[in-house]
Design a protein around this ligand. Structure first.
Ligand code: TYD
Ligand code: MG
Length: 468
């Protein structure tokens, strides 16, 4: 049977019968890549996986079967704890047999390292584990394994870029865990298009999902996230897998956060904190204390907030340095926080707290390599800036959490109770925050008995924070 070509957009996955410079669906330029569809039976299968049916159930059981819902067992197969608590917390207790997990992240962030460590832990606990490497040679994987202490019995390597051989070996050896590194380097011989193209990447994921569901193997699939998504990345795969876990962090820093973007078997609110060391990724013992570098006695230019990563509260130190600017326009540089948000806070400080930074260079840094997105950090950033400018430290034992409006008004951070509880647990005795959104017209400042200081505007909050 003759093969047929379609042109698949590498951005959105839409197939077009003819090549053109621009994708008709998503409007991206130069993203169509010729993909040969095989003739005959394989075409139907390729079609099925493309539609995102998730494959699996029907194909493995032969004919589909109708069963009464009451007769379906809801008992979950016993999970395989990974042995790394911070990872299990995100997975929801461990790997689920017969499921497929996608581990996404930037190249070089530590995906292979993490999975090799997990593979070794499971193998050491007696499980059979297969590590399929399409990206590196067996020798390279062995080198890394020596570094992280993963040369153990029960862990086998398969170096291949052929999807079919990986699937066959998983189906015939039934490992408890199969790591596949990476979705971008494996390709099906049945399908045209180079490894890493949208069609191939989806085929790899759906065939692996099928083989996982047909047995009790848990497949952990690595996927590189690319900057603009022109090469198919995890985002085109999310619906094909049971869980999507991202490993994040600044490449040069050592901190890594692991979080679930999707999890059929657990919550997506959990965050795990790991640290990259010379011998692999290690758990951070008390993660919540990890992002504070505070010195005693407190120094000027530093303020602590309680950030919520998902539902997990983390104490985070914001550091600011304000220094007289030289010629030209002053510099504003930030790490770990949006520069535009800091520019806004600088303007609010000038207008509503009488702190003019026009003639100053401003640097803001979030300690520990964390990235903060939530506006609840506003008050701590403003306090760190004010503290640096006035050369006066924030009162010791104080944390700040609140969102600032352009008017200089302060609002409580969401889920204040959780933040307060964490602040107390870590030994802070004062939380400065704003009135709740539904708050009735409050006096400009009020202290409650439990160590919470409510301030309704920035000026008042800074007075409380800087001991004036
Ligand atoms: P790697 O797991 O290869 O990243 P990915 O698979 O996500 O592309 O990790 C690569 C980086 O991690 C590399 O820059 C070296 C560093 N690294 C350590 O710092 N310590 C270690 O023990 C290992 C194995 C790697
Ligand atoms: Mg890798």
């Amino acid at each position: 049977m003759p093969n047929r070509s379609v042109y698949v957009c590498q951005q959105c996955g839409t197939a077009a019968p003819k090549w053109s410079g621009q994708c008709a669906e998503c409007g991206a330029w130069n993203t169509l890549v010729e993909t040969v569809l095989p003739g005959g039976g394989r075409k139907a299968r390729a079609g099925a996986s493309r539609s995102g049916a998730g494959g699996g159930a029907a194909s493995s059981a032969g004919a589909a079967r109708v069963e009464p819902i009451a007769g379906v067992s809801s008992a979950e197969a016993e999970r395989l704890p990974s042995g790394i608590g911070e990872v299990d917390r995100v997975l929801g207790g461990g790997f689920v047999p017969g499921s497929i997990v996608l581990l996404g992240g930037d190249p070089g962030i530590g995906k292979s390292t993490l999975l090799l460590q997990l593979a070794a832990r499971l193998a050491r606990a007696g499980a059979s584990v297969l590590y399929v490497t399409g990206e590196e040679s067996s020798r390279q994987v062995r080198g890394r394994a020596e570094r992280v202490g993963a040369v153990v019995d029960g862990l086998s390597l398969l170096a291949t870029t052929e999807l079919e051989s990986a699937v066959d070996i998983i189906a015939s050896t039934h490992p408890a865990l199969a790591v596949v590194d990476s979705v971008q380097t494996l390709a099906s011989a049945d399908l045209g298009g180079p490894a890493g193209s949208v069609g191939q990447v989806r085929e790899v994921a759906s065939r692996l999902a099928e083989v996982a569901k047909a047995g009790t193997t848990c497949v952990a699939l690595v996927g590189h996230v690319t900057k603009e998504g022109t090469v198919a990345g995890p985002r085109t795969l999310e619906h094909l897998v049971d869980a999507v876990i991202y490993l994040e962090g600044e490449r040069l820093g050592a901190t890594r956060l692991i979080r679930a973007a999707k999890n059929r078997y657990g919550s997506t609110d959990e965050v795990g904190v790991l640290e990259m060391r010379g011998d692999g990724l290690v758990e951070v013992p008390d993660a919540s204390r990890f992002f504070i570098e505070s010195e005693q006695p407190p120094v000027a230019g530093s303020a602590v907030t309680i950030a919520l990563e998902g539902t997990r509260p983390l104490a985070v130190e914001i550091q600011a340095l304000v220094a007289p600017a030289g010629y030209g326009s002053p510099r504003r540089a930030t790490t770990g926080i949006d520069t535009n948000r800091v520019l806004m806070l600088i303007a609010v400080l000038a207008r509503h707290a009488g702190l003019n930074l026009t003639g100053h260079d401003v640097y803001v840094n979030v300690a520990g390599g964390l990235r903060i997105e939530e506006p609840a950090a506003d008050l701590a950033v403003a306090a760190a800036l004010a503290s640096s400018l006035r050369e006066r430290p924030v009162r010791s034992g104080t944390v700040l959490a609140g969102e600032l409006a352009l008017s200089g008004r302060l609002r409580a951070a969401t889920r204040g109770e959780r933040r307060l509880a964490e602040a107390r647990r870590l030994g802070f005795d004062q939380l400065i925050t704003g009135p709740a959104r539904d708050g009735t017209a409050a006096p400009s400042r009020r202290a409650t008995s439990d160590g919470v200081q409510l301030a309704s505007d920035l000026r008042t909050a800074l007075q409380l924070a800087l001991e004036e």
